[in-house]
Design a protein around this ligand. Sequence first.
Ligand SMILES: *Cc1c(COP(=O)(O)O)cnc(C)c1O
Length: 356
Amino acid sequence: MTAPRLEIDLGAIRHNTRSLVERLAPKGIGVTGVSKGALGSPGVAAAMLSGGGSAVGDSRVENLHALRAGGITAPLTLIRSPMLSQVDAVVRCADLSLNTEGRVLDALSVAALSQGTTHAVVLMVELGDLREGIAAAEVVDLARTVTGRPGLVLAGLGTNLACQNGIVPDQTKMDELSKLVEQVEVACHVHLSVVSGGNSATLGWALTCDDAGRIDDLRLGEAILLGLDPLHRTPLEGLRTDAFRLFCEVIELATKPAHPWGDVAQAAFGSPPARRAPGAAPVRQAILAVGRQDVDPDGLTPASGMSVLGASSDHLVISVGDHDVAVGDEVSFGVDYSALLRSATSPFVTKVERLP
Ligand SMILES: *Cc1c(COP(=O)(O)O)cnc(C)c1O
């Protein structure tokens, strides 16, 4: 088979989605499956939907196009504020988008009118993580603006925590969002049907809370794809952590000295990696035909007894320990979110999706 190759177990993705959907349903919370970690793969999105996800979200218009072209008919959400330069495409391919900018909302309104359609909008609220979001004090005003714009429908409010500064989503933050929902409903005489409480980092709160308040949706990527809670990168109970595996091919195998020799300056990507303890024995090392262009080497988990020694654009150097490895063999790795994102994006990595 071709290498490098990202093997994707769609059964694991369906299982993870179903498990989370079933545990969140009693709280009144639905799941928007986020496909960006898998580059908007229609196969991955279909697995999320067959596991009970109610919609698919992605941060890139191009990925939303790929989802539609790949046969996904469920509602699609653009989970990043639209670029002004892409508003026409956003109205065409997204049923709903997350927004924070008045100018973008104006442009979405014009685009929706010119296409003879309407576009649903969720306003994102800043609750302390300092990435996207409108200040709480300005939410009602911006909501009024949206309800006054032809072509736009105010679907609800949302927030995003943890991604930028690791701020933990908790009862206080979620209560604040619920309170804002009620203020907007009173001020604008509308009912908000979407209250999107956050990403996978909000699961810790959602799965244990006594009262979810008005929160009725989470946008889940990493928890579904990798089975991990991003706040501590620990496995979520009952979820599979093995949906993705990266296979790479050995192009050189040699036993090399423990240490490089000669004057030391910068390596291809900055400081050379610390190779290993001084005086250590020679190393059986393999070069794999994959590199930083295809994967984040820090996000790879090799088999026990192997370790990653370093990587440049297209060479990944590993110590193979006692493993029986030859040139032409494949070596495989588990991936974290960063390694997954990059390997899903690299045109040099073949994706193989399997449905059991
Ligand atoms: C990426 C993203 C998500 C999904 O995050 P995970 O931690 O992978 O669940 C949700 N919402 C927004 C706005 C995002 O950018």
